[in-house]
Design a binder for this molecule. Structure first.
Ligand SMILES: Nc1nc2c(ncn2[C@@H]2O[C@H](COP(=O)(O)OP(=O)(O)OP(=O)(O)O)[C@@H](O)[C@H]2O)c(=O)[nH]1
Ligand SMILES: [Mg+2]
Ligand SMILES: [Zn+2]
Length: 293
């Protein structure tokens, strides 16, 4: 038996990286029976079936430190959330949804704004302003002009990082710039509807020359917060924590409660009104069990 990490999963095969190289593995039937699905990023134990051909079987799935459903990936430490300032137009409610899901998994979060070479409406500064108030690092980049590629590289050193964001924002393009050995497929953004064409089909872990592991993933166009509790949501808007003085303390849902410090902070601009409104929208959505975006 040897330990390894699932780098890629396609058509029922798992590609497991071990100290003895990469093995193509099937998973034991028992996982399916127990409704367990191995995920890219899973730490596993495999038995070798054919050393020559590098074929094995996944025998054990170790406990996950973190798990995302969209994109489907396990044991990530940090999420680089990638949105373009144009083509496609950034959808901040979708960005906030992803932040909530990543916060719940305790991931470190960095926001990457791509295609700044196309920014003719100064959206870069606007979005940067909103999210810097939260405390998240925001890095504007362009794979065209190579602006700030180095800063993104810095974020990838000695860490296990996922690139996540909508289709067509330039995740794979950016990764190709970051490591000259990567030859990831990239796709056009549809001229008419300005949406990506889902070029990347599977999540895949890639080893970087500089050390560190990064996952390229398929773009998503919607995220639901179905299994998040309405009382829990506020914990994932981390800037609310910095505001003291809600009359009901930690019980305050920052909605209609009197003397709510968070609501006041959104009025004075101490925290972003846009983020606050986004919180209220998501809160209502969770309540109504609605599934949008
Ligand atoms: N102008 C400009 N175009 C870019 C930039 N980065 C990527 N693109 C273009 O955007 C399109 C989509 O890029 P991809 O890298 O395939 O996007 P993706 O996020 O990987 O998309 P999916 O794999 O579908 O999730 C391609 O036509 C790229 O050439 C950029 O910085 N500036
Ligand atoms: Mg891609
Ligand atoms: Zn409050």
């Amino acid at each position: 038996m040897i330990d390894g990490r699932i780098m890629k999963g396609i058509g029922g095969f798992y590609y497991v990286d071990t100290e003895d190289g990469l093995y193509e593995c099937r998973a034991r039937g028992i996982f399916r029976k127990n409704k367990q699905t191995p995920l890219v990023g899973d730490r596993v134990q495999i038995s070798v079936v054919d050393e020559e051909k590098k074929i094995g079987v996944v025998e054990t799935l170790y406990k996950r430190d973190s798990e995302l459903i969209r994109p489907p990936i396990a044991n990530i430490e940090k999420a680089l959330i990638v949105f373009s300032v144009k083509n496609p137009t950034p959808h901040l409610s979708l960005l906030d949804r992803f932040i909530v899901l990543a916060e719940r998994e305790n991931l470190e979060i960095v926001i990457i704004l791509t295609k700044v070479d196309l920014d003719d409406e100064n959206l870069t500064e606007k979005i940067k302003g909103i999210y810097e108030l939260t405390g998240y690092k925001v890095i504007p980049v362009s794979s065209k002009t190579k602006e700030n590629i180095d800063k993104v590289k810095e974020e990838l050193k000695n860490s296990v990082v996922v690139f996540a964001g909508p289709s067509g924002v330039g995740k794979s393009s950016l990764l190709n710039e970051i490591d000259s050995e990567f030859k990831l497929q990239t796709g056009e953004v549809s001229e008419k509807i300005k949406r990506g064409k889902h070029t990347t089909r599977h999540a895949e872990l890639l080893k970087l020359q500089c050390g560190g592991i990064v996952a390229d993933t398929p773009g998503f166009s919607s995220l639901t917060l179905d299994d998040i509790d309405e009382n829990e949501l506020k914990d994932y808007f981390i800037e609310f924590d910095e505001v003291d003085s809600c009359r009901f303390g930690n019980k305050c849902r920052h909605e209609n409660e009197p003397s709510c410090g968070v609501k006041e902070a959104a009025e004075t601009g101490e925290i972003s009104k846009i983020r606050y409104n986004s919180y209220i929208q998501l809160l209502n959505e969770i309540r109504q069990g609605k599934r949008r975006y």
